[in-house]
Design a protein around this ligand. Structure first.
Ligand SMILES: [Zn+2]
Length: 258
């Protein structure tokens, strides 16, 4: 295996006297680790590249026994310096990076994950007014694009539209109308079912976020109390589909206050 592609460096570290390991995200490999031998001294092959939150063009190959990946050369495309100089933006960027590192496994969905993270970093670098909401929007769009897309406009069972009341059932991870919610309860009499009503305004917000890119997120303005409610909905939706125990320590019921 030999390839050259753009990657985002998530984490780097030193080992031995001159060598560096890198944890990176690429559109073809997902989250991977490689060794950059001589990374601390070779200005020709790695100059100014081997640092976290760097977008680089990197060449990779496997070692002779095919037991690990070696980064043979990198060149810096973008260093996100303005972002790194502002602690609040850096904090959000690190949240997104840590989220990807913990949650994304394998190469399935790697292209969507890579594109989302790259676009989010570039959007943050513009220091948008809504930067504090980015972790939630990032989590929502990540979940949506990784095979857990929910139609936020209709019942997942009978396709009734938002003209009827729509409930999110955490156990099923999708929306049900009142009639289908009742039949879901009847079919699962021994299951502890967690559900809550999502009003039309919040359904529209969810659709908006899932149909826009990170550079647009600054344009979504929501009143504070509505925003708190939206964050709890996003929490419930992402928790229904992803293992977020690294954030919450244990899988807890965060829907009770909705
Ligand atoms: Zn229904």
């Amino acid at each position: 295996m030999k390839n050259t592609e753009q990657v985002i460096l998530l984490k780097t570290g030193n080992f031995r006297e001159y060598d560096v390991w890198i944890r990176y995200l690429s559109a073809t490999q997902g989250v991977s680790t490689a060794f950059a031998f001589g990374g601390r001294k070779s200005h020709k092959r790695f100059f100014g590249c081997l640092d976290s939150i760097h977008l680089v063009l990197a060449s990779f190959e496997e070692n002779r026994n095919k037991t690990y990946i070696v980064a043979t050369e990198t060149s810096l495309i973008h260093g996100f310096s303005p972002l790194k100089q502002q602690r609040h933006l850096l904090g959000v960027a690190m949240y997104c990076i840590r989220f990807v590192e913990k949650i994304h496994t394998g190469f399935l969905g790697a292209e969507e994950c890579y594109t989302l993270l790259k676009e989010t970093l570039f959007a943050l670098e513009e220091n948008p007014s809504q930067w504090q909401d980015f972790p939630f929007y990032f989590r929502l769009l990540y979940t949506f694009e990784q095979g857990y897309a929910v139609d936020f406009t209709s019942c997942s069972n009978c396709s009734a539209t938002g003209e009827r009341k729509l409930f999110f059932i955490s156990n099923a991870g999708s929306l049900f109308c009142e009639k289908c919610l009742n039949s879901y309860k009847e079919k699962n009499p021994y299951e502890r079912i967690t559900y809550f009503l999502i009003n039309r305004e919040q359904l529209e917000n969810l659709v908006w976020i899932c149909t826009h890119r990170p550079l647009d997120w600054k344009d979504l303005h929501i009143a504070y109390d509505k925003k708190q409610e939206l964050m709890r909905i996003i929490d419930a939706y992402s928790q229904a589909h992803l293992d977020l125990s690294y954030i919450y320590n244990t899988k807890q019921n965060i829907t009770k206050n909705i």
